[in-house]
Design a protein around this ligand. Structure first.
Ligand code: PLP
Length: 411
């Protein structure tokens, strides 16, 4: 529906007030009531994101020659990521606009590698565990690549079954660290062994885990190897705008070698505009996403991330214990920031709906139907309140008439 652009402009103060009014119906994430979409590391990190973003908001990461500042910041951010994820000598990476972008570009690189280096002709496929993120399907749809989703074993990727499904036309196999639906880390070691054995490209989707797992491990968490430490891992996606606490529009994509990464880069000169080299899907790249990431990472440092990720762990453990005490079952053994749980007798949807009445906004998964929380450091402060409301919601849902299971769209 079209809407006429106002004939005359409006004063900024009035617009600000109207925007605040529009935001009146939004979820109260600053109060810690949202456990999806926003990663709340507190007001200080938010302030740094904003100030650092605005400093380079007009600059363009498409032009490293014009903006050596952004090039330098991106290189440093990539360096930090490779340092955290055991990048070997010669490993390289880029910043992208988000996890979907990183995954798309990883598949593009693996596809071109498959065609050029392995000489695969004809239709291609990728092999995913059932729990892998839909970004793989989206990218595969764009590139007309077949997606083979393989059933899980104990809620995790089944490396053996994936090996049976992979064939000569498989350009990539995938493991998640962790997956989104349950927050569980796939057996990346087994997938790596399969990849080495069969010379397959293993991509680790650490979009939601890449910037929390290393610090949970430093804090004493028993996180299994999942990154370039494992020889079969050729590429890793890790989102800065999730547990990196950076401003939105920031992810990283890493490759074991610059040779592998070269298959991602688009280098074009056959048009009237002159040669343009673009590493990722984007042309114009917002400088602010790069500068904000650089600033937040440097501001937090290892000590800051360890502290924040410790708070996430604390919140998760407290909520797990509280939920168990109420009779909920935790799905698997989550180790990072996502936890999913359900009650044997009460529909998760009914509990979820009651929690919504108290202002809590989170996801609801479908296989099995369960409550899903993607926790932030700030949740350590509201975990008790959440558990109080969870107990209330459970009681209300239990006494209410059974709710018909229907598809919930929370996005
Ligand atoms: C968030 C997420 C993605 C996609 O990232 P976007 O930044 O939302 O595009 C991919 N994989 C996993 C496991 C994720 O959690």
């Amino acid at each position: 529906m079209s809407k006429p652009l106002p004939e005359t402009g409006t004063d900024w103060n009035q617009l600000k007030a109207r925007m605040a009014d529009y935001a009146g119906g939004d979820v109260r994430w600053r109060d810690g009531k949202t456990a999806v979409y926003v990663f709340n590391a507190g007001p200080e990190v938010e302030r740094i994101q904003k100030e650092a973003y605005s400093l380079f908001m007009s600059e363009n990461g498409l032009g490293p020659a014009a903006f050596p500042s952004l090039k330098r910041m991106e290189e440093e951010v990539i360096g930090f990521g490779l340092g955290l994820l055991h990048g070997p000598d010669g490993a390289s990476g880029v910043m992208t606009s988000g996890g979907t972008d990183s995954i798309t570009m990883a598949i593009k690189a693996a596809r071109d590698y498959g065609r050029k280096v392995r000489g695969i002709t004809g239709p291609l496929n990728i092999v995913l565990p059932r729990s892998a993120h839909l970004a793989f399907d989206k990218a595969a749809a764009l590139m007309e690549i077949e997606v083979r989703r393989v059933p899980l074993r104990d809620m995790l990727a089944d490396a053996q079954a994936m090996g049976e499904v992979a064939d000569e036309a498989t350009i990539m196999i995938v493991g998640s660290a962790p997956n989104f639906p349950f927050g569980l880390i796939d057996p990346i070691g087994e997938l790596s062994a399969l990849a080495v054995d069969r010379d397959l490209w293993l991509h680790v989707d650490a979009c939601v885990g890449g910037y929390i797992a290393p610090f949970v491990r430093m804090n004493g968490g028993d996180v299994p190897p999942f990154d370039f430490e494992l020889a079969g891992v050729r590429s890793i996606s890790a989102d800065l705008h999730k547990y990196g606490y950076c401003a939105k529009g920031a992810s990283t994509l890493f490759f074991r070698s610059a040779d592998l990464m070269a298959h991602m880069i688009f280098d074009m000169r056959d048009w009237p505009g002159g040669r343009m080299v673009t590493p990722t899907l984007a042309g114009t790249r917002p400088g602010g996403a790069i500068s904000a990431a650089w600033a937040v990472m440097n501001h937090l440092g290892v000590a800051g991330y360890r502290e924040k990720q410790g708070q996430v762990t604390q919140a998760r453990e407290k909520i797990e214990a509280g939920a168990r005490a109420l009779g909920f079952e935790i799905l698997g053994k989550p180790q990072l920031g996502i936890v999913a749980f359900r009650h044997p007798d009460v529909a998760s949807l009914a509990v979820w709906s009651k929690l919504r009445e108290r202002g809590w906004f989170a996801s609801l998964t479908t296989e099995p139907q369960s409550l899903h929380l993607m926790l932030s450091p700030f949740h350590a402060q509201v975990a008790d309140q959440y558990l109080t409301d969870l107990a209330w919601a459970l009681g209300e849902a239990r006494s209410a008439a059974p709710v018909a299971t229907k598809e919930v769209r929370y996005s």
